[in-house]
Ligand binder design. Structure first.
Ligand SMILES: [Zn+2]
Ligand SMILES: [Zn+2]
Length: 331
């Protein structure tokens, strides 16, 4: 039995992660101990490292797109056997009793705790996870391919649902989340219009490969008015841009956890019943639905693997928009 594990540790914002050997965690009640096979790198991780999300536990092991296998089972833990493959997402704990939990919105729980933020996550060789918030994963995916489903997939699925029946769908920011949601949206018969950083030909080509019928810069107008738009890029200036691109009654969904300030804009852009909303976290029902749907589409994930020890490089590449698809750490 190993007594230590490898991890990349965040000691403070704005400081590179530190490679460390930590004591092997033991699964407590309701928990399982996982040997990690892959962990996705999410933009949220960058927001934590860059100090834009201000309440991480420290020191912290980042990572909330964890794919691992059960090595030990804590007291009372149900649903998984030794050796089972398990997916661990961002939502790590809810109180089950607050107003939101009682009303089917556990994503907004007053006492929620999140993996890789208040709970140590998957930038490591091992972790413990609460089995009540973990999932079996579809067999059609390798470990690395499955990792991005757990946040990029889940959050983008929730974002897509908030666009209702929108047929002409704009997507701002064509990274990990967009590359998954575009496939689901096409499967549902929607038309995709992809907006990238101006001049990012690689991302625009990638968007077209995944079914976008139009791809251009975020400073461009789409060829026709959109029914809805989802903004994944963390740039507030895209909100008025997207409002301009949607028709009367259109919806603009902000899919990220953090965004730079939204610049002031004339009321006229919101007028005529346009709607702006945000998407926060996920519910376990979102995960059940999306993980059942993904292999039917079938969603294919494009992953760029990095050794665990190169987590800082993976974050840097993501920061500079240099990852096509989703970065995944392999311990
Ligand atoms: Zn609650
Ligand atoms: Zn995430």
């Amino acid at each position: 039995m190993m007594t230590t594990m490898q991890a990349m540790v965040l000691d403070a914002a704005h400081v590179p992660l530190r490679q460390a050997e930590l004591p092997m965690p033991q699964p407590g009640p309701d928990q399982v101990l996982l040997r990690i096979a892959a962990c996705g790198v999410c933009r949220t991780d960058l927001h934590i490292v860059d100090g834009e999300l201000t309440e991480p536990k420290l020191p912290l092991v980042l990572g909330h797109e964890i794919v691992g296998r059960v090595e030990a089972i804590g007291e009372g833990s149900e649903g998984f056997a030794i050796g089972d493959r398990v997916g661990v997402p961002w939502l790590g704990f809810t109180d089950g009793s607050c107003f939101y939990c009682r009303n089917g919105q556990e994503n907004l729980c007053d006492h929620a705790r999140f993996t890789g933020y208040q709970i140590d996550g998957g930038y490591a060789s091992h972790t413990v996870a609460d089995a009540r918030y973990a999932f079996h994963l579809p067999d059609a995916y390798t470990d690395a391919e499955a990792a991005p489903l757990l946040c990029a997939g889940l959050i983008s699925y929730r974002s897509l649902r908030m666009t209702g029946e929108a047929k002409r769908l704009g997507i701002y920011g064509f990274g990990a989340a967009a590359h998954i949601v575009a496939q689901v949206a096409r499967y549902q018969g929607r038309r995709i219009f992809a907006f990238t950083r101006p001049g990012d030909v690689t991302a625009q080509d990638f968007a077209r490969e995944l079914g976008a019928e139009w791809a251009g810069g975020s400073d461009e107008a789409p060829p026709e008015a959109l029914d809805a738009a989802i903004i994944f890029a963390p740039i507030g200036a895209l909100v008025p841009a997207a409002l301009k691109a949607v028709r009367k009654g259109g919806v603009v969904v902000c899919g990220g956890i953090h965004m730079s300030d939204i610049p002031r804009f004339p009321y006229e852009l919101l007028w005529e019943e346009r709607v702006i909303c945000s998407v926060a976290n996920l519910t376990r029902q979102d995960a059940d639905e999306f993980l059942a749907l993904a292999p039917k589409v079938p969603v294919r994930t494009t992953v760029v693997p990095f050794p665990l020890a190169e987590a800082n490089m993976a974050l840097d590449r993501l920061r500079h928009g240099e990852v096509t698809g989703a970065a995944v750490l392999i311990p």
